[in-house]
Design a protein around this ligand. Structure first.
Ligand SMILES: Nc1ncnc2c1ncn2[C@@H]1O[C@H](COP(=O)(O)OP(=O)(O)OP(=O)(O)O)[C@@H](O)[C@H]1O
Length: 227
């Protein structure tokens, strides 16, 4: 499998705080990588740097061999919209839009007409166990359903990489297991890679690999066999 995403020698400083002190990471197609570590260790910074949201102070980020950390803001945000999907702790769905339009939104931002975008968005509802909920607004969904809508929204552009920052952080244990199972399996079957920050070892165990971060450095790397 080829490498879709790589970070080489990543450095990020906030004043005198070294949030990342030279991190190397490679992610292959269909790979899933969980980033774990204590609070303040640099997990979110690493995810945001890999996702082109924060620029590193040193090192390089490559997407399929194309360096992205030095792209201009417009090209970088276009690349993020096309090649990456995002799932956050709180789905960040737009409350006034029905679920299907929330999922269709990234396509509409890319210029796909509304009707065609909603049609493509609807295809994601069955694989994510959301049939019948297309017209519900986020306030009418459970936390787990809302996160599944957020997963559909992340996948609708058929991204190379899905980035998830504590995607189960606001869910109870059972719902969390359901959501991470869907997130990892649907992402993989779609052919995308997954990079996920989590503090929950049960959630991380659904990923192929776990990267331990401590004080801005990789302190451990484990390989899991996922059933
Ligand atoms: N915008 C910022 N300005 C200043 N310092 C920051 C900023 N963002 C992060 N930091 C610092 O960088 C370090 C790494 O933060 P980061 O958020 O990446 O850690 P984390 O492992 O994701 O933590 P948590 O598990 O608590 O979310 C911390 O010391 C944090 O205080």
């Amino acid at each position: 499998m080829s490498i879709v995403l790589a970070g080489h020698g990543l450095i990020k400083k906030y004043g005198s705080t070294m949030a990342l002190s030279g991190v190397d990471v490679e992610v292959r197609e269909r790979d899933s990588l969980a980033i774990m570590g204590p609070s303040g260790s640099g997990k979110s910074t690493l995810l945001h740097v890999l996702a082109g949201i924060i620029r590193p102070d040193g090192g390089q980020v490559l997407v399929r061999d194309e360096r992205i950390d030095n792209l201009g803001e417009n090209r970088l945000s276009a690349l993020r919209r096309k090649r990456f999907g995002f799932v956050f702790q709180f789905g960040q769905l737009l409350p006034e839009l029905p679920a299907e339009e929330n999922v269709a939104l990234p396509l509409m931002l890319e210029g796909v007409p509304r009707k065609a975008a909603v049609e493509r968005a609807r295809r994601w509802f069955a694989p994510l166990g959301l049939e019948g909920l297309e017209g519900r607004r986020p306030g009418q969904l459970s936390g787990g359903q809302a996160q599944r809508v957020a997963i559909a929204r992340a996948l609708v552009v058929e991204p190379d990489v899905v980035f998830a920052d504590e995607p189960t952080g606001a869910l109870d244990q059972n719902t969390s297991t359901e959501v991470v199972q869907l997130l990892t399996s649907v992402t993989r079957s779609q052919g995308a890679a997954l990079v996920m920050v989590t503090h929950d070892a049960d959630v991380a165990a659904h990923c192929h690999r776990i990267l331990q971060v401590r004080d801005g450095r990789i302190s451990g790397h484990s390989q899991y066999t996922v059933a």
